[in-house]
Design a protein around this ligand. Structure first.
Ligand SMILES: [Zn+2]
Length: 97
């Protein structure tokens, strides 16, 4: 997966009353990268994207608009937070049970 230029089409989200999850939201949970998945049926290429170059206010779903599959060049890429990096704030180390 790699970033492409600014020629992408913007998704219209004006009618969506729910504020999209932003990179700032997931960073506050300890997540600093995204899983990117190619949606081409015959590909399914997936990778992790470091989004440290993007601002806190950047919506997670819009990162996908900047990605292109490095295998087939497809722009049908979806992104989701890499929850493996999730750290619940205030959670002590060790098991409770
Ligand atoms: Zn692909």
């Amino acid at each position: 997966m790699s970033f492409v230029g600014d020629d992408m089409q913007r998704r219209s989200r004006d009618r969506n009353p729910i504020k999209p999850m932003t990179l700032g939201n997931i960073r506050s949970l300890g997540v600093v990268s995204l899983d990117a998945i190619c949606e081409e049926t015959l590909c399914g290429h997936a990778g992790q994207i470091n989004v440290s170059v993007l601002p806190d206010g950047f919506p997670v779903i819009d990162v996908a608009l900047r990605l292109r599959c490095s295998r087939y060049g497809s722009k049908s890429v979806s992104t989701r937070p890499n929850w493996l990096e999730y750290r619940a704030s205030g959670t002590p180390n060790g098991l409770r049970n």
